[in-house]
Design a protein around this ligand. Structure first.
Ligand code: FES
Ligand SMILES: [Fe+2]
Length: 334
């Protein structure tokens, strides 16, 4: 996982020079910041003096000053001032810069990778990018976030996200009438990603909240639902009018924080009734996710039971199999 590409933010979350946000990437505190040169960087936020974390939260500033001894850094991570350090040998502010972490921007998402040697992200997911091209993800903006404290291993959530088989039971009154489990299918994949296509049962299906579709979509793209994972756990639920980005932030083997970010085309935010439509989407996502919480609670408890063995997967769960093949390759080097 420490060698995987992980989405840390959207570019529109950092609109101006000095805009920043912070997070913990597998024990590495990071700051994602738009510099005064307009470049977005991902950096360690650990002070170069005696390792205090220099910044938390989010906001906008031109200087990051360590709360411990007031060393200050600019928005590129360059150390600008270290008070009372005159006489320290082999030390010059100009030689000191916060460690830069590998990052890449893909379709408006800022991704980070703790492995300097990792292969670039975009070429690995080209097949997925081509499939979702018409949805113009790069032109979307983040308009709402739901946050959940989730007491399971992150893989429980990913596997649940990537199959529609459970619509028949977990979502029998919400998703199943609209997206029949039996109609779902998993695309062939040529890289570290999976796509689950859930055709709408009703050929006239439209967004229940009234959000407009991305212009130029084919009818099936407007009415169907798509779940995708870029391994290990970059999750997107794509529909004609909006995208839900499930940002998975594991912090222990049995715990993660989940942020569900809702994205819509920038033009959608200008329509009459946008607030109501967005709130309707938020409510639907919340209801469905609470159904998934119940399922994930059941599974995580079961996986920790001594007599539990691996069960057979349904063909409808092929995306789980796809990702497990990738894990297997990673673990065996095959
Ligand atoms: S630890 Fe940051 S200035 Fe001392
Ligand atoms: Fe679900």
């Amino acid at each position: 996982m420490r060698t995987g590409w992980l989405p840390v933010a959207r570019v529109e979350q950092l609109p101006m020079a000095g805009s920043y946000l912070t997070m913990d990437l597998f024990g590495q505190p990071i700051v994602v910041v738009r510099g005064s040169d307009d470049q977005i960087r991902v950096m360690s936020s650990i002070c170069l003096h005696r390792a205090a974390n220099i910044v938390e939260g989010s906001g906008r500033r031109n200087v990051f000053t360590c709360p411990y001894h007031a060393w200050s850094y600019d928005t590129t991570g360059q150390l600008k001032r270290a008070p009372l350090m005159e006489g320290a040998c082999e030390f010059a502010e100009r030689d000191e810069r916060l460690p830069q972490i590998r990052s890449e921007i893909w379709q408006g998402f800022i991704l980070a990778n703790l492995d300097d040697e990792a292969a670039p992200f975009a070429p690995q997911v080209k097949g997925l990018s081509d499939y979702f091209d018409a949805f113009q993800l790069e032109d979307m903006v983040l308009v709402d976030t739901l946050e959940f404290d989730s007491p399971w291993n992150w893989k429980v959530l990913v596997e649940n996200f990537m199959e529609a088989y459970h619509h028949i039971a977990s979502h029998s009154k919400t998703f199943e009438p609209v997206f029949h489990a039996a109609d779902s299918r998993v695309l062939d994949s040529d890289g570290p990603w999976s796509i689950l296509h859930m055709p709408a049962a009703d050929q006239e299906h439209t967004d229940p909240g009234g959000l407009p579709n991305v212009p130029g979509l084919e009818p099936w793209q407007e009415r169907d639902l798509f779940a995708s994972v870029m391994y290990p756990h970059f999750l997107l639920a794509v529909q004609g009018s909006s995208v839900a980005w499930y940002q998975v932030l594991p912090d222990a083997v049995d715990h993660l924080t989940l942020k569900i970010h809702l994205l819509v085309p920038a033009t959608t935010t200008q329509i009459d009734g946008f607030e109501e439509a967005r709130n309707a989407l938020r409510e639907l996502v919340s209801v469905v996710h609470h159904e998934d919480i119940s399922a994930n609670d059941l599974v995580w408890r079961g996986l920790n039971a001594g007599a539990t063995k691996q069960g057979r997967l349904s063909p409808l769960e092929e995306a789980i199999w796809q990702q497990n093949q990738w894990w297997l390759d990673k673990m065996t080097g095959g």
